[in-house]
Design a protein around this ligand. Structure first.
Ligand code: ADP
Ligand code: MG
Length: 347
């Protein structure tokens, strides 16, 4: 866990800005053929042949998006990259480069930034993307991180949020709600620790959902799987703010309605038992808890045989005409209008 300034650690002032950039980035290797020039000039140079270029950026602010008392810096670096790559995959693209900008205060020693960059590097290695630039500046107190991801996709293969048609099937990957409940467990343990610092929590039973929160993965594998199965999604979005809010985005951009079946929503057994423990409804958590970074996409019904039985893919409903609205069909067969609560409103 991250501690306040430690005299045994190296102050950032010892390196200076350029020394710091060099120290943090020199270990990164370039592997992508589309990278012509990475870190070290006024701009990175990329070259994509006959491809559409995808660009997406996200910020992570200390105290709002992460809490260093339970988020190790290495995990934070990893997650910051992964959540950006998720946006590229959600366009049916291949991620190829990232740029990482940081604002740090002198509260952070060099060792802390090394941890952060170790996580960034791990994500770059695993997802095969090059770090090609960024910016480094100082902040008054907190840590601010901004990651920009770049990717490519063949001209006619981009998948937008807007391509869904009535009767298309709604498909989600993996399982939902885990990242949100992982956060609930971490926050509860932080409070217990404040009251009794000698109390060592046993987080073993929660490891799956804690990992979903601290070390999420982007579904690069699904983009490759869909290509192998020769399935062309008609629309797609990544699930960062909860299934409900993402379905509503898809429906509004595609100008359609939908029926989502509660009994079909994929939940991990750990999630179900932890929801019972916290007295929360697991469907509500799956609908409104954020940060799962799974994919939500639609396919023409004719494509169903190609995905049938795949353990990574669950059909949770279908699209309808827009005048039908967006509805959840509950287990007892009542129709409830879907609302976008988003994870923030959980408080
Ligand atoms: P400039 O003043 O032209 O913006 P910088 O000194 O900020 O140049 O950056 C020099 C090089 O280092 C650039 O290639 C930039 O993209 C890269 N860079 C700066 N900060 C970071 C960082 N935190 N992570 C990765 N690359 C960085
Ligand atoms: Mg700069």
């Amino acid at each position: 866990m991250f501690e306040e300034k430690d005299p045994a650690k190296t102050g950032l002032e010892k390196l200076g800005e350029f020394g710091l950039i060099d120290h943090l980035t020199s270990k990164f290797k370039l592997t992508q053929s589309s990278t012509v020039k990475g870190v070290g000039d006024d701009a990175a140079v990329l070259k994509f042949k006959n491809k559409k270029v995808l660009i997406s950026t996200d910020q992570l602010i200390e105290g709002i998006h992460f809490d260093l008392s339970y988020m190790p810096l290495k995990h934070l670096g990893y997650k910051a990259v992964v959540v950006n790559l998720s946006d590229i995959y959600a366009m049916n693209g291949k991620a190829s480069q990232v740029l990482v900008s940081i604002a740090v205060s002198n509260r952070f020693p060099l060792e802390a930034l090394e941890e952060l960059y170790a996580g960034i590097q791990l994500a770059c290695d695993l997802y095969k993307v090059d770090l090609v630039g960024g910016d480094t500046t100082s902040s008054d107190k907190g840590l601010y991180l901004s990651v920009t991801a770049v990717g490519e996709v063949e001209d006619n293969k981009v998948v937008y949020r807007s391509g869904g048609k009535p009767n298309d099937l709604l498909v989600v990957t993996g399982d939902l709600g885990g990242a949100y409940m992982g956060l609930q467990v971490l926050q509860r343990e932080k409070e217990v620790f404040k009251v009794n610092p000698n109390n060592q929590p046993d987080l073993g039973p929660y490891s799956y959902i804690i990992e979903r929160q601290l070390k999420p993965e982007a579904r690069k594998d699904i983009i490759e799987l869909l290509k192998d199965l020769e399935v062309s999604p008609t629309s797609m979005i990544d699930i960062s703010d909860g299934l409900s809010s993402e379905i509503l985005h898809l429906c509004s951009k595609s100008k359609v309605g939908c029926m989502l079946y509660e009994e079909k929503i994929p939940l991990d057994p750990t999630l179900i038992s932890v929801c019972e423990e916290f007295n929360l409804d697991s469907t509500t958590v799956a609908l409104n808890g954020g940060e799962d970074y799974e994919l939500l996409f639609t396919i023409d019904q004719k494509e169903f045989p190609k995905i049938k039985g795949n353990p990574n893919l669950t059909v949770v409903g279908h699209l309808t005409e827009s005048d039908q609205g967006a509805h959840l069909i509950s287990r007892n067969n009542t129709s409830i209008p879907l609302k976008a609560q988003g994870w923030n409103s959980f408080g």
